[in-house]
Design a protein around this ligand. Structure first.
Ligand SMILES: C[S@@+](CC[C@H](N)C(=O)[O-])C[C@H]1O[C@@H](n2cnc3c(N)ncnc32)[C@H](O)[C@@H]1O
Length: 281
């Protein structure tokens, strides 16, 4: 598989489509993120950073968790996403608890020990740069005894009854793109315990969250899955055999009479992994 093809598969769409993807796919991840936040037991009144906050979907949940005396700073590199996040938060009634700042996770614009905790979902770990310096940078801005949590979606089963086709789709350039960064095993997100160990974090724990959906699907979930299909498997057809290509079009295209989401027995699940640890006191 050529590096250029994998790189192209990782390229993000224009900001408007990206925002749309994040909005539409949120119903598939919201409950896993809520469970993860619960496990972190963020202290009421604490101050945290949401690194790579996107459109602020989790900044809101985090702000709920820390209560009225707490504060969340959402940081992202994209001004368009931050603008969307700001307008969303204004309508939420929690604007006093949340602020946004443009910045790069690899060079955080904050002093050492600024926060009680940092959270980064679907960002650190999927970066094209080395993850260890990023984890160290997150830890730098957290006070001793505070926590660093990174979370990302790590696998899924979306095509019940078609494991071979799904495996082949996941082995295409776009299907594999989030998981083969640098191709070194130790850079894979599921090896984040090593990043934490090398960054000197303590009490590191890996946790797994599973979410599932089954027929009949609500409109929200159906749209989220359609969006997920298109994000997971981009331009895959040229990499499939003619038979797999036909099967893919039959099962994964909304206009097909056999679209798998319309099957009365449809069931799918998604797995998210979270790594969290404490900054040495
Ligand atoms: C897949 S989105 C996840 C957004 C949000 N955390 C969520 O789960 O809904 C990844 C986010 O990371 C941001 N991002 C990517 N590289 C970044 C960097 N170097 N510094 C800050 N943000 C970055 C992107 O702009 C995007 O908003």
């Amino acid at each position: 598989m050529g590096d250029e093809k994998v790189k192209a598969a990782r390229e993000e769409p224009d900001p408007d489509s990206y925002i749309q993807n994040l909005v539409v796919s949120d119903p598939l991840q919201e409950s896993a993120f809520r469970k993860a936040i619960q496990i972190l037991e963020l202290l009421p009144g604490s101050r945290g950073l949401d690194a790579g906050c996107g459109i602020g979907l989790q900044a809101l949940m985090l702000a709920e968790a820390v209560g009225p005396g707490g504060h969340v700073t959402g940081l992202d590199v994209s001004p368009e996403l931050l603008r969307y996040a700001e307008s969303k938060i204004e309508k939420s009634g929690m604007a006093a608890r949340i602020s946004f700042q443009r910045g790069d996770v690899s060079r955080l614009p904050f002093d050492d020990d600024t926060f009680d905790w940092v959270w980064s979902a679907n960002c650190v770990g999927y970066e094209t740069i080395e993850p260890l310096p990023l984890v160290k940078e997150l830890a730098r801005v957290v006070r001793p005894g505070g926590s660093v949590a990174i979370l990302a979606w790590s696998s899924q089963q979306l095509l019940p009854g078609y494991p071979r086709l799904e495996a082949r789709l996941n082995a295409t350039c776009s299907g594999i793109a989030p998981f083969i960064q640098g191709r070194k095993p130790e850079l894979h997100f599921l090896r984040a315990l090593g990043w934490y160990r090398k960054a000197g974090l303590e009490n590191t724990v890996a946790r797994t969250f599973v979410d599932d959906v089954c027929a009949p699907l609500s409109e929200d979930i159906r749209s989220a899955l359609i969006s997920l299909f298109s994000m997971r498997w981009v331009d895959v057809e040229s990499e499939l055999t003619p038979e797999d290509r036909e099967e893919y079009k039959r099962l994964c295209r909304p206009e097909s009479p056999d679209f798998i989401l319309d099957h009365p027995d449809y069931y799918a699940f998604f797995i998210y992994s979270m790594f969290h640890g404490k900054v040495t006191e």
